[in-house]
Design a protein around this ligand. Structure first.
Ligand code: SF4
Length: 282
């Protein structure tokens, strides 16, 4: 079996920064380390961090000792203020590309513009973006949300950084047709679109696609969706132990890609297991 590894597989810049910042603190061993919510959507990395003393906060206590890491998704301004008041040291690992979207929202809010965010409701990045709009923002995820939308006055449309390009274009057009005086900022991160483009290309060259990543990772699931939409059989797995060899027997050429929160060591294990299997296949 021939195994093609996608060039874009694995950590994106924002996730790498956040994981590196956390690992640096672990190595320094200078005190308690907390993250606001899980650092990344990957159970194997989270297990590793937990074993190295990194604690996940689900809410912010009044007093916190040690360091709190703000993950790549960022947080709403009110939460950042609460973190600063807790007494902990703050390590802000918000991805620079998310900071850019927050900045656009803030700038236009100061000009009294309403913000429409095209993205997943209750996703941490989207909650953070919404916070930057104060009470002058809303999240739309689908056509029904657009149908229910009411806006008066100038507004902007931005996207969650991991949003699918086609659905962002479709929903933005619908909103612009419904309400005049809108301006669109395509804030989709190119690391997401590059990954999705490569999946589309690889689907034409292989018989099946293996997507490696956390099941709760939105960008990993989207990669699998893109593969399926191209008519390619897709196997979404978290570890090499989930490889379905009985099914894989039918393929001579497969591709492996991985979400933006999948570590390289996990991708390597999957590729090695597939290559071992391929060698034994007659
Ligand atoms: S997907 Fe893009 S915006 Fe999101 S964390 Fe990664 S680099 Fe940053």
């Amino acid at each position: 079996m021939k195994v093609i590894l996608a060039k874009t597989a694995g950590f994106c810049m924002g996730v790498r920064r956040a994981v590196d910042a956390t690992m640096d603190l672990v190595k320094q061993g200078t005190g308690e380390i907390h993250t606001i919510g899980p650092l990344i959507h990957n159970p194997q990395v989270l297990k590793y961090l937990r074993e190295h003393g990194v604690d996940i906060l689900t809410n912010i206590p009044e007093k916190v000792s040690g360091t709190i890491i703000i993950r790549a998704h960022g947080v709403p301004p009110l939460q950042e203020k609460k973190l600063a008041e807790s007494g902990a040291m703050i390590k802000n690992a918000t991805c620079p590309r998310v900071i850019k979207v927050q900045g656009i929202i803030k700038k236009y809010r100061q000009q009294d513009c309403f913000t429409v965010i095209v993205g997943d409701k209750n996703h941490a990045e989207v909650d953070g973006l919404l916070g930057h709009a104060d009470s002058r923002g809303i999240v739309v995820s689908n056509e029904e949300d657009v149908a229910a939308l009411q806006i008066s006055g100038p507004y902007i449309i931005v996207s969650q950084t991991t949003q699918d390009r086609e659905s962002f274009a479709r929903l933005s057009d619908m909103i612009l047709q419904k309400f005049s005086d809108g301006r669109v900022f395509n804030t989709i991160c190119d690391s997401t679109s590059k990954r999705q483009d490569e999946v589309r290309q690889l689907c034409g060259k292989v018989e099946a696609m293996i997507v490696v990543g956390g099941r709760s990772s939105a960008n990993t699931s989207r990669l699998a969706d893109v593969g399926r939409s191209m008519g390619c059989p897709v196997y979404l797995i978290e570890t090499e132990e989930e490889l379905d060899y009985r099914n894989l027997l039918q393929y001579d050429k497969v591709a492996v890609t991985a979400g933006a929160s999948t570590p390289v060591w996990m991708i390597d294990r999957v590729v090695a297991a597939l290559e071992d299997f391929g060698e034994g296949k007659c």
